[in-house]
Design a protein around this ligand. Structure first.
Ligand code: C2O
Length: 352
């Protein structure tokens, strides 16, 4: 059956793991009447938002984006229940991924299944519009962390400026300052040259995008079954999506700036990932891979199963209004009003 949107009235505590709960509520503000939340309609638009690689962003753009995020962070203090505040936006991820939402008593989880790509696409869609609204720029488009290209293979410098609102103190300090990312990172540093690492990354991308993902089932992951931990992630969700999270967050077991023991915060854990602004930059590239994958041809097309197409989520838009959205309405980014600035995809030539 299609997955319905979460029932906000039964939202409860989120868990970090079996022994630890999230110390605050990450439930979204409840709409007056959940039954009356309307379906979202795309507002009319005049110009596509074009998402660009973070490493190409100019100072003007960086300043604008910083301004927007600082406004969102201000809302956390002045209007903590405003759904377009930074923490509220981060909490969306926590609520959908750490067991806060239930539907008919069954826990909802948007990872490790075919819900992964559409959920995150809708999530970024609204986040991008919120950012644009706060700086009065209806064409504002998110940057993408171009980790599938050698030029984007480091932590994006625009997020690495201390004291700015795109910075986050809970990151692995040894992965700053131009360290090349290992797209297969699960916690162990590999001893190798930067050049070798880059070539490994491109080979890995080829494998996840081409060899191992010849059909929708492999790319998107398995059908979702509400309340069941199916653990059937698609190729890209598994790697490099997961490794980029882990590589960015603090080392598990180390001490966080607030004195607590790290669970990988912020980027390396579902409940906290959205608290690091780079989350949306990372996911922008994950989302771009969906488009690149379809452009690869063969049987690489969207899922046609009704249970997927009719699955739904719940979000607030930039005007703080609640909406239900369907998977079927997020298959074409241009219809949604955005696209990606094309970049070369050198991994296409890295057939192992
Ligand atoms: Cu919802 Cu990158 O995870």
């Amino acid at each position: 059956a299609p997955t319905p949107p979460p029932d906000l009235s039964s939202c409860s505590i989120a868990r970090i793991n079996e022994n630890q709960v999230v110390s605050y509520s990450c439930c979204a503000p409840k709409p007056d009447d959940m039954e009356k939340v309307p379906y979202y309609k795309f507002p009319s638009m005049t110009k596509l938002r074009v998402r660009q690689p973070a490493h190409e962003a100019n100072e003007e753009y960086i300043a604008k984006y910083n301004l927007a995020v600082s406004k969102m962070r201000d809302l956390d203090k002045t209007q903590p229940d405003n759904p377009i505040g930074f923490k509220q936006q981060a909490n969306i991820h926590c609520a959908y991924c750490n067991g806060a939402y239930r539907i008919g008593g069954k826990e909802l989880q948007v990872h490790n299944s075919w819900l992964f790509f559409p959920f995150h696409r809708w999530y970024l869609y609204f986040y991008e519009r919120i950012v644009g609204k706060l700086i009065d720029d209806p064409t504002f488009a998110l940057p993408y962390w171009n980790w599938d290209h050698p030029k984007g293979i480091r932590f994006p410098a625009m997020y690495d400026r201390e004291g700015t609102s795109l910075f986050d103190v809970t990151r692995d300090q040894s992965h700053r300052n131009g360290a090349v990312i290992d797209l297969g990172f699960f916690g162990d540093e590999v001893e190798t040259t930067q050049l070798q690492l880059m070539s490994n990354n491109l080979t890995l991308m080829y494998r996840q995008m081409v060899t191992n993902a010849p059909c929708p089932r492999m790319f998107f992951g398995g059908p979702y079954d509400l309340g069941i931990n199916i653990e059937l992630p698609g190729t890209i969700e598994n790697i490099p999506h997961g490794p980029v999270h882990i590589w960015s967050g603090t080392v598990r077991g180390s001490t966080l700036p607030n004195g607590a023991i790290s669970n990988g915060e912020n980027m390396g854990h579902f409940y906290s990932a959205g608290l690091d602004p780079v989350f949306f930059c990372h996911h922008s590239n994950v989302d771009r891979m969906w488009s690149e994958w379809k452009a690869t041809g063969g049987k690489r097309t969207d899922i046609t199963h009704k249970d997927w197409l009719n699955s739904e989520f719940f979000f607030y838009d930039e005007n703080e209004n609640p909406y239900r959205v369907k998977v079927r309405d997020c298959l074409d980014t241009k219809k949604m009003g955005y696209d990606y600035k094309p970049m070369a995809t050198p991994w296409r030539n890295f057939k192992p």
